[in-house]
Design a protein around this ligand. Structure first.
Ligand SMILES: [Zn+2]
Length: 324
């Protein structure tokens, strides 16, 4: 069993909103929880490595008894430098993970009473950055890989050229007749470069990869993968029957984007939505809302903060989403 699927030793999490509200009733409670999550086996000073319990200073600062250095509880997490209460962040995590379709920035702004839409929007994107689990966590076994096209007025997949749509590479583990874990990534084109680097970054190198006959995948065997090719035109079956898992994932993704974003997503930001979809999809056995929010909180503490300018880079291109 994957160790990371279980809460850290000695760490419990609230199961319902009532519990959540009671657990994280004030800043001290939120800070205490973060501290237990970051150092489940007791504080280790990141400056000197000493394992003595630190002094509690004000506002989330700890002072090491060994080296006298100051350590911020939120340094190196997505909460670093925030001027908003941690409780508000915790609530945001609860809302994002407890809504089936996630929340829009406007929805989050309303429910948390945030002063500006921009703050809500930035928070959502910071949280999404935490949905990608740090470190390589590659798909393994038998994998279907294909691309799908998201957004734009031209519907359906007509060849592999596109002007207005974003191209999303999809990898899905075969899990009996069902789907195991997935990976999604926006790619700039369907060249061998783009497709092979997607596969190399997401799939373990002893996996068996099932694709259609597109030449962009021809180099897989040379990279050491077992490559199983099904040529659609030579087959009597429709594409969705040959690669049922990636087709299912693509159609769920499009439906989710339509339901959550209602109208438009900027191609540069599509990456974040792909990360959120993947986070939710790969944790669909974690039906308990509390567990999903615990996961997100745990990962929020483990990722580097994302600078705002990096989130908003090239903000003005809107990519309309076509019907699914
Ligand atoms: Zn120290």
């Amino acid at each position: 069993m994957d160790k990371a699927r279980h809460p850290a030793p000695g760490i419990d999490y609230p199961r319902t909103f009532q519990e959540f509200d009671a657990w994280f009733c004030d800043e001290a409670a939120c800070r205490d929880y973060i501290r237990r999550l970051r150092w489940p086996n007791g504080f280790i000073c990141p400056l000197c490595g000493a394992g003595r319990e630190p002094w509690d200073m004000s506002r989330g600062l700890l002072r090491c008894r060994a080296c006298d250095g100051q350590v911020s509880l939120t340094a190196g997490t997505i909460f670093e430098g925030t001027r908003k209460p941690l409780r508000t962040w915790f609530l945001a995590i609860w809302f994002v993970t407890s809504q089936k379709n996630g929340v829009s920035a406007l929805g989050l702004q309303r429910v948390l009473g945030l002063g500006s839409y921009q703050t809500a929007w930035t928070w959502l994107h910071k949280l999404r950055s935490a949905m990608v689990r740090p470190g390589c966590d590659c798909l393994a076994g038998e994998i279907e890989v294909d691309e799908t096209y998201v957004g734009g007025p031209e519907e359906g997949r007509r060849g592999r050229g596109t002007q207005t749509k974003a191209i999303v590479a999809v990898a899905a583990e075969k899990h009996g007749k069902g789907i195991g874990r997935i990976r999604l990534r926006r790619i700039k084109d369907v060249s061998a470069d783009s497709l092979l680097s997607f596969v190399q970054g997401t799939v373990a190198n002893d996996a068996t990869i099932h694709t259609d006959g597109w030449r962009g995948y021809a180099g897989l065997a040379a990279l050491g993968y077992q490559h199983q090719v099904t040529t659609i035109s030579a087959s009597h079956e429709a594409a969705h029957e040959l690669m049922p898992r990636v087709h299912m994932v693509a159609s769920l993704l499009k439906r989710w984007l339509m339901g959550t974003l209602q109208g438009g997503v900027q191609p540069q930001h599509l990456d974040y939505y792909l990360d959120e979809f993947t986070f939710r999809f790969n944790r669909r056995p974690s039906r308990a809302r509390g567990l999903l929010s615990y996961r997100l909180l745990q990962q929020a503490l483990a990722v580097r903060p994302l600078p705002y300018h990096q989130i908003v880079a090239a903000k003005d291109h809107k990519l309309p989403l076509g019907p699914t």
